[in-house]
Write a protein that binds this ligand. Structure first.
Ligand code: HEC
Ligand code: HEC
Length: 452
């Protein structure tokens, strides 16, 4: 490298590293809060940290259409939903719904399925022309226009607490305006999903199956109204059914498969686990579009990149909770929130975390959440009313990462309070207890969650 280039590059590297260190110090000394979640956790060796940063660059920088001058990051689409992981997982955090009605959908996806028998490997019945997820972006020039044009509208529901205070809930309604590959002959089952935050995920993978199964109570034998059961899903690598952990219905078994599926489904990029393009038979332009295969590769995302992005996705650091001394923590127990949102879970002794306890505030099991939240679309064992308990760690930083970020599987809740008020089904009693509390108590509970 000629000296004139090497020096500025070195200087930039040094500057970048000082910036990283400052970021680290800031977090451990408390008061200043991070504005993104893209820092690695402390479990990584120096070598793994390099892989993390490499993975981060492939997750953050946009992928491009093939053919392109870069062969490492080409092959996007031609049908896709976004160009990078962080287009949806904004700043490493969650996605959002459009603030205004009629705006296009960003950072959320619309899952679909046909009415028939689910496929053993996908857990749903793929639609012959549209697959299992609607692609909102495409490459019209290459004969592959987006699958649909669609928009979001909101329906508002108003209600009142027993103490007379009013509240309002927002429900998103998704409308397809135009089907670019023909209108489906029978109605599809649909499920709107917003990207969840990516923090702490390798530690969720480190929980043993037995620990998760011990929390399950499918027949509610302790009679507390809360059951909880594990999903069982197809593992592509192991070629068998295993416990599901990732996604809003726990439909993915591992971080690697979840990452590979994101590449394939959200970005249109083939990889070792999903080597075939997801273009359907009817999408001829999609089949004919140039692929992003480099000269030595057969898939668009090399194994090295898939592994680096998987390591990245698993090791975003969980932000430390802020000090909280009020009564909200106790209320969280008393209102039975902790029956599903468990704070401490031990990881497996055989895992890289060696039995360390984590505080995700989730049991990672499926719960019936009632009609209000139902999507009426099953995924493997999860039925249309069931959702995986959302982990609550880091939830207090949500609005800092994006002011429009929403809560719950489809981002409908504009505040933590709205999220609680949507709870039904097994959580109905918990929501009722919340509503019956005084306004001060309700605020204390929310303040506690804001401190996480
Ligand atoms: C178009 C938006 C979009 C893009 C792009 C996207 N994701 Fe996601 N991601 C989602 C949604 C929506 C979910 C929830 C899926 C579900 O419920 O099954 C999700 C879930 C996940 C999860 C599971 C998190 C959990 O708590 O269970 C991981 C991990 C993940 N994505 C990683 C990635 C990676 C890595 C990339 C880039 C290769 C990526 N995602 C690209 C929207 C996106
Ligand atoms: C029966 C189990 C159960 C109980 C009890 C329960 N929750 Fe939940 N909670 C869930 C599930 C499942 C979700 C995810 C629902 C979805 O994504 O639509 C969730 C989501 C949330 C969210 C949104 C999280 C996010 O990241 O979007 C918040 C906040 C929350 N719960 C707080 C509470 C509080 C506070 C209580 C007690 C008043 C409570 N929950 C009681 C199961 C439960």
């Amino acid at each position: 490298m000629p000296r004139s280039i090497a020096l500025p590059v070195l200087a930039t590297l040094v500057l970048l590293c000082t910036a990283c260190d400052r970021e680290n110090d800031r977090e451990s000394s408390g008061p200043r809060l991070p504005s993104n979640l893209l820092q690695h956790d402390r479990a990584l060796s120096k070598q793994q940290q390099l892989t993390f940063y490499s993975g981060r660059s492939f997750a953050v920088n946009p992928w491009v259409l093939a053919p392109a001058s870069t062969t490492a990051r080409d092959g996007l689409g031609p049908l896709f939903n976004a160009r990078s992981c962080t287009a949806c997982h904004v700043n490493g955090g969650r996605g959002r719904l459009p603030a205004n009605q009629g705006e296009p959908l960003v950072s959320s996806v619309l899952r679909i399925s046909a009415q028939g028998e689910p496929s053993a490997q996908r857990g749903v019945a793929p639609h012959p022309d549209y697959g299992t997820q609607l692609q909102l972006q495409g490459t019209a020039a290459a004969g592959a226009p987006p699958e649909v044009s669609a928009h979001i509208r909101y329906r508002y529901h108003s209600g009142q607490y027993p103490d007379g205070r009013p509240y309002e809930l927002r429900e998103p309604i998704y409308r397809v305006d135009e089907w670019h590959y023909g209108e489906p002959s029978a109605p599809l089952k649909t499920s709107l999903r917003t990207a969840p935050p990516l923090i702490g995920l390798a530690s969720i993978e480190a929980i043993s199956d037995n620990t998760l199964l011990a929390y399950a109570d499918p027949n509610d034998s302790d009679g507390d109204g809360i059951s909880g059961r594990a999903n069982r899903v197809w593992s592509v690598a192991e070629k068998t059914e295993v416990i599901g952990r990732f996604g809003h219905k726990a439909g993915q078994p591992s971080l690697r498969q979840q990452t590979a599926d994101a590449f394939a489904e959200d970005m249109g990029l083939t990889n070792a686990l999903f080597p075939h393009s997801r273009c359907t038979q009817r999408q001829t332009g999609c089949h004919q579009a140039p692929s992003g295969n480099g000269t030595e590769q057969t898939v668009e995302v090399s194994d090295e990149i898939l592994d680096a992005v998987t390591l990245f996705a698993g090791h975003l650091r969980v932000p430390s909770p802020r000090p909280y001394l009020g009564s909200g923590r106790k209320l969280f127990e008393n209102l039975q929130c902790a029956a599903c949102h468990r704070h401490s879970i031990a990881t497996a002794t055989a895992s890289p975390l060696k039995g360390k306890t984590i505080d995700p505030y989730s049991d990672f099991l499926l719960h019936d959440m009632g009609d209000g939240l139902a999507d009426h679309r099953s995924e493997f064992l999860a039925n249309g009313r069931e959702w995986r308990t959302a982990p609550l760690w880091g939830i207090g930083l949500t609005k800092r990462l994006h002011p429009d970020a929403g809560y719950l599987h489809d981002g409908r809740a504009r505040s933590i309070e709205e999220a609680i008020l949507w709870h039904g089904g097994e959580a109905q009693q918990s929501r009722q207890r919340f509503m019956q509390r005084s306004a001060e108590d309700r605020q204390a509970l929310i303040d506690f969650l804001e401190s996480l």
